[in-house]
Design a protein around this ligand. Sequence first.
Ligand SMILES: Cc1ncc(COP(=O)(O)O)c(C=O)c1O
Length: 401
Amino acid sequence: MYDFKTCPDRRNANSYKYNDMLKRNPDVPEGIIPFSVADMEFKNAPEIAEGLKEYLDENVLGYTAPSKAFLDSIKGWLEKRHNYKIEKEWIQLSDGVVPALGDFIRAMTKEGDGVIILSPVYYPFKKSILLNNRKVVEVDLINNAENSADLDGHTSAYSIDFEALEVAASDKNTTLIIFCNPHNPVGRVWTREELRRVYNICVKHDVFIVDDEIHNDLIMPGYEHTVMGAVAEDAGKHMGICIAPSKSFNLAGMQTSAVIIQDPEVRKAFDDSRFKGYRGATNALGMEACRIAYTRCEKWLDECVDVIHENAIYFTKFMNEHFPEIRIYPLEGTYLIWCDFRAWGMDTDELEHFMTHEAFLFTDEGYLFGDAGKGFERFNLACPKHILEDALNRLLEARRQ
Ligand SMILES: Cc1ncc(COP(=O)(O)O)c(C=O)c1O
């Protein structure tokens, strides 16, 4: 059994999440843990620190190319954990999934082209499209919960508006989609059938797929994740699949992710795009941490998923009991739970003020994910349970005031 009960003290550790908390509210009392940025308040798997120490004892940190063992670990992980077979040559490295999005946009589209996103969605998607002078083509997800009170976790709350997606994709100036699976922030793990429909529409209209699967190891019991490249024979030729150990093993600071690109021409275009930004080098410690995670830390991950799942059950039960008017969406994947607070009738400023200055929760505000997210909140559940208990009791107290 690993330790998922100790909460590391990150207040003075230069964590973005804590820095942001203190910026948003410098008067925050001691002991408050923020619920925003998607990293975990758990200690890393001990194998990571041990393995990195061994590596440092035996190596220097000069320019370091990907080793065979590292590439094998990515191939092996995808095969074992995701039942997806790749060739090692398909693997490209990136210093993050977000940088890879920009690389794909520059490689596969031209200025002014349309790029589809399914909103509400992780906000850097929109930002990288705009910063690269492309047009954001927003296709809103369908929020089925608006029409039905019956969410049993399998009649999924959000679904894809395939008709709207087809209309968007059929515009000849729309050339790329950034797809997210599992979907941040709504927590859906798209089914094979849904993926196949997205894939068919994109291939039919020649829209290249950038498939962000950074959360794909974090799948809750009862749900099954399918790598997009597995939906059809050679589907991988029409896409770039972005994976990383950063969310699954809390290694975001290692800035190491992998992009699976089957088509050699796309691979070359992606590589050129990366080099244009002078980002050709690879991170020696990041690659080693990734290799250790994929080869030695699977048990840690399984336990971690169980803890997140228990937190999601606890969170949902607490909210349903004390705030039945707030809709909590089923957490199928990721550790980010999506909640509809519109029943409180607050505008976005009021809701943010309440969360930041009264309940001291420091969630990610729904409006960040697009207009479709206004009035919603995203809570990060990757923390020891007692932290969550304290937070929810704070919410209760603040609401009673
Ligand atoms: C869907 C999604 N993609 C990418 C990222 C960030 O990726 P990276 O840190 O590798 O750039 C996140 C982080 O929250 C995310 O949720």
